[in-house]
Ligand binder design. Structure first.
Ligand SMILES: Nc1ncnc2c1ncn2[C@@H]1O[C@H](COP(=O)(O)OP(=O)(O)OP(=O)(O)O)[C@@H](O)[C@H]1O
Length: 254
């Protein structure tokens, strides 16, 4: 790949996409990719045409969630053709599909990340889409900056776990979106509580209402509170996240 994609080419490629939403987090490991996948599944179940661009180049995890580890992209006159997920036909593009094997590390500095991001934006043939979700790497680095500078996003969903919600890291990410004039659609609190599988009692193991307090401070909504659920972790591990039946986004409109 090379860095010859113009902003106009990117605009053309994204002109058939109705809504572009980025999923962001302050820190790694809070479940951002899991939330991206669950959100995509929710939207697809509602009859929308949905795609995910995995922009976490240094640690791509979207393919694994959908069992697409060994998927290949197609190449046509119109550009890169992303593979689709088994159950809901969600289009997925990840740098992992373009690497020789999935254990090859991506060792790139900022300019390379910017170049590859623009390449993927300008060369992927998404077709008609209702939603394109961008799974961003954690933090406020090169990938979110390039995306927010290059694409007019319709919203950013901030994913946080209760343990990091009291630190400044989530606020930094929220402020980055604001500084880039990107609307924050709301906060998803992941690993919010645990429901006992025997008696159904809910325990707020990491503290309660942290997302609500942060949302109030910034005049935002809490979009969803997702519990720690071993079934979700297990299905994700074996590439079957589409078989997870609970939907935490029922009342959400993006
Ligand atoms: N609600 C949940 N219940 C149980 N396990 C979860 C939940 N959310 C995420 N996990 C598990 O936590 C781990 C990290 O999740 P995930 O990869 O989605 O995080 P991430 O924020 O995208 O991480 P990174 O930024 O490193 O890519 C995974 O093993 C995932 O299955």
């Amino acid at each position: 790949m090379h860095q010859t994609v113009s902003d106009q080419e990117i605009e053309e490629k994204l002109s058939s996409v109705k809504k572009k939403i980025a999923i962001m987090s302050g820190k790694g490991g809070v479940g951002k990719s899991t939330v991206t996948a669950l959100l995509a599944i929710h939207l697809a179940k509602k009859g929308n045409r949905v795609a995910i661009l995995d922009t976490d180049f240094l640690g791509p995890s979207i393919p694994k969630l959908f069992g697409l580890d060994s998927a290949n992209v197609g190449f046509t006159d119109k550009g890169i053709e992303p593979p689709v997920t088994k159950k809901y036909g969600i289009k997925v593009l990840s740098i992992q599909f373009l690497l020789p094997d999935s254990s090859t590390p991506v060792i790139w500095r900022g300019p390379m990340i910017t170049g590859v991001m623009k390449d993927l934006l300008g060369k992927t043939d998404w077709g008609e889409l209702d939603y394109l979700l961008f799974d961003l790497p954690p933090g406020t680095g090169d990938a979110p900056l390039t995306l927010m500078q290059t694409v007019k996003l319709d919203g950013v969903v901030m994913v946080a776990s209760p343990t990091e919600l009291t630190s400044l890291i989530v606020e930094k990410a929220l402020n980055m979106a604001r500084m880039m004039n990107t609307e924050v659609s709301g906060i998803v609190e992941n690993m919010s509580y645990f429901r006992c599988p025997h008696c159904g009692e809910i325990s707020y193991i990491f503290g309660r209402d942290k997302a609500k307090r942060l949302a109030e401070k910034y005049g935002l909504k809490v979009i969803a509170e997702i519990p720690v659920d071993p079934e979700l972790a297990e299905l994700s591990d074996v590439g079957e996240i589409e078989s997870y039946e609970r939907d935490y986004f029922e009342d959400v409109s993006l």
